[in-house]
Design a protein around this ligand. Structure first.
Ligand code: AMP
Ligand code: MG
Length: 348
């Protein structure tokens, strides 16, 4: 299949018209799959009401079919089309955080969506993306759009159109290139079907920000304890992994350097992922800078690009520092631990 590439301005200029977006929307309405930027990562969109389109998404990504998709809407009408009665609490969150990187798990309206979207669950994950291109494509297509990240399943999520093309060129109908995404990590997934909402996946909206609006909330036990089965089906799969194994190191500089040298002593080429502030701390075969600790948002914004960088290096093992688990740091550490298959070496 030939994959169309449409380069557009991030800020949709309504006066100029937008033939590229109209073409992308037309293909979506015809149940083809198309990638487009959101404020978190690039999404691989398909008509959420079409079983055929949804199956194409799973096929293009090689995604396990028990992992439900998030449905993206551009209006409250589209939300009401697919969900039943929305609680006051959910309404408060929508008012405060939409459009934005917050996915709400809500009761699904019977018959509104094919079972393939929600992997047979009676609930559905929904969000309204805060990106002019995403909102316009969804609006023009006229249907709610199911959109997981536009990468091959298991690989780091895409934050540029090139990342999408590297993974999916020839497998999807088109890519709308609207430049780099902003937040860089996926949406926070919040279960609102229980009396006290539960974070199933940390993401772009932090626990602190949510609690400032609705008071104390919970976190799925699996986020802290790997032995617990996650409530969110997708959380159990390998995700975000670079080609070479990644290990996180939680210790002082001397401890970290010792591990680098142990690998080098057995002939391994070692790459290290470090924040700007520590880039002179280590001697390794490669150093890749992750951004500044002074601004964790900048680290999140380029996290997947940093992880993808290692695939272009001749490297046997990647070692990475851990990050403070405050605010967006929760999402950064959640993604890094998954990318590392939970391999973490802690200094005693
Ligand atoms: P992705 O599309 O890769 O960003 O992943 C979407 C995440 O949302 C996965 O972890 C899914 O398991 C989760 N998710 C989507 N729908 C539901 C739902 N109805 N209940 C629980 N988790 C969901
Ligand atoms: Mg994904």
């Amino acid at each position: 299949m030939e994959t169309n590439l449409w380069v557009v301005d991030k800020d949709v200029d309504k006066k100029k018209g937008y033939p590229q977006l109209a073409e992308a929307a037309r293909l979506l309405a015809n149940n083809e799959v198309v990638a487009f930027p959101t404020e978190t990562v690039y999404g691989l969109g398909g008509n959420a009401k079409s079983d055929e389109a949804v199956k194409r998404i799973f096929e293009a990504k090689g995604r396990p079919n028990d992992n439900p998709l998030i449905v993206h809407v551009a209006s409250m009408e589209q939300l009401n089309e697919i969900t039943t009665e929305i609680s006051e609490l959910a309404k408060t969150l929508i008012k405060k955080f939409w459009p934005g990187p917050l996915t709400l798990i809500l009761e699904k309206k019977e018959g509104a969506l094919p079972n393939s979207v929600t992997a047979g669950l009676r609930t559905v994950g929904v969000r309204m993306p805060d990106h002019p291109v995403a909102l316009e494509v969804i609006r023009m297509s006229g249907v709610p759009i199911a959109a997981p990240s536009a990468n091959t399943s298991g690989k780091p999520s895409p934050t540029t159109a090139k990342h999408v093309s590297d993974d999916l060129n020839g497998r999807i109908a088109g890519i709308v290139d609207g430049g780099s995404t902003g937040v860089g990590v996926e949406s926070t997934v919040l279960d609102c079907t229980v009396p006290v909402p539960v974070i199933l996946r940390p993401g772009g909206v932090t626990k602190e920000e949510l609690e400032a609006v609705i008071g104390p909330i919970k976190e799925d036990a699996s986020l802290k304890n790997q032995a617990v089965t996650p409530k969110s089906p997708g959380m159990k799969y390998t995700h975000y992994a670079p080609d070479a194994p990644l290990i996180l190191i939680d210790g002082k500089q001397g401890f970290f350097q010792q591990i680098i040298e142990q690998y080098q002593a057995v002939g391994k080429k070692v790459a290290v992922m470090v924040p700007e502030e520590h880039k002179h701390d280590y001697q390794a075969d490669y150093l890749v800078c992750s951004g500044s600790l002074a601004n964790l948002h900048s680290i999140a914004a380029k996290l997947y690009d940093t992880l993808r960088t290692f695939n272009d290096l001749d490297v046997d093992i990647i070692l990475a520092e851990v990050y403070p688990e405050a605010g967006i740091g929760h999402a950064i550490m959640n993604r890094l631990l998954k990318a590392a298959g939970h391999q973490l070496i802690k200094e005693e």
